[in-house]
Design a binder for this molecule. Structure first.
Ligand SMILES: [Zn+2]
Length: 308
């Protein structure tokens, strides 16, 4: 056991080195970040940005703007400016998919414009406490009261705006313990939040209730709701569809099984990483935020009986 913990510490140190470096890159890039809009339906747009922050989506009709996720504090003005090009209505509601900084960073700014922030009840809980984010080598401090969701829900909540039915629901803990998925029923658009990273290995919020098993289970519950015409907005990465989401969940399940089998053989974290349990998928998924060895290490930590 002692040996195993030693190896976990060594890998955490290497995760730290990489992830801290990544955060630095993000910080440096913020000033030049461009936010762009992609039309998904008559009044629905997806907003990506050149800094790799969380994707946002907005419904922009006569009943006011319904926004999903507020990106980071430094780019929310660019997001709001883009929305203002598409609608002369104020942001009325902002639904937050989960508490991570690149999805809630603009909350205060958006709330100041008069919008109501809405999220699963665990988002308010997680935003209100201090997190020691060990693998990012930083602490997330409790958010200001004005950044917290004003309205919270437990299982589901539905918005009726501009003839659209917007179903917001929470499944079992997946990326975190407070994930929301937002389905625009009539337009057939679904915003997945960080349950789905398209084209890159996903971060798993293991310190706030997230697990790869939950992510897989949640996606498997969502797949029957959508069809081949559904526009699927991932939390990170480009606009996607059902076929690609199926490939993603299959990738997650295979890597989960590979890591799990190696652990059953008694392999340490170092040995699991050395066995390259992600290899089959690295060409397509391994060139993003988390390179293959870090993702394998993260899955190992997730599947370990106790978090390091
Ligand atoms: Zn996240």
């Amino acid at each position: 056991m002692l040996m195993k913990h030693k190896n976990i510490s060594a890998t955490i140190a290497s995760l730290l080195t990489f992830l801290v470096f990544t955060s630095f890159l993000y910080a440096k890039d913020q000033a030049e970040v461009q936010v762009s809009a992609e039309k998904l339906a008559d009044n629905i747009y997806m907003f990506t940005d050149s800094g790799g922050m969380g994707n946002s989506t907005a419904l922009t009709g006569n009943d006011g703007v319904l926004l999903i996720d507020t990106k980071v504090a430094d780019s929310v003005d660019k997001l709001l400016a883009k929305i203002a090009e598409l609608s002369n209505k104020p942001v009325r509601f902002a639904i937050i998919t989960h508490w991570h900084y690149d999805h809630v960073g603009g909350n205060e700014t958006v709330a100041k414009t008069g919008a109501t922030i809405i999220a699963h009840e665990n988002v308010r809980k997680q935003m209100g406490i201090e997190h020691d984010m060990k693998i990012f080598n930083k602490k997330a401090h409790p958010a200001a009261e004005t950044a917290l969701p004003l309205l919270t829900y437990k299982d589901k909540i539905t918005f009726h705006m501009d003839g659209e039915v917007v179903k917001v629901f929470h499944l079992e803990p997946g990326h975190t313990d407070g994930d929301s998925v937002i389905y625009f029923k009539n337009a057939n658009v679904i915003h997945m939040g960080d349950l789905y990273f398209e084209g890159l290995y996903p971060y798993i919020g293991i310190y706030s209730g997230g697990t790869i098993n939950g992510m897989i289970n949640d996606i498997n519950q969502i797949l029957p709701i959508i069809d081949e015409n559904t526009k699927v907005v991932p939390g990170h990465g480009p606009l996607s569809n059902k076929a690609k989401l199926v490939q993603y969940v299959s990738m997650l399940a295979t890597i989960r099984d590979n890591v799990s089998n190696l652990m059953l053989e008694g392999k340490t974290m170092e040995e699991v990483i050395a066995a390259k349990p992600t290899q089959l998928y690295d060409e397509k998924w391994g060139k993003g935020f988390l390179p293959p060895d870090k993702f394998a290490g993260l899955v190992y930590m997730d599947l370990s009986p106790e978090l390091p």
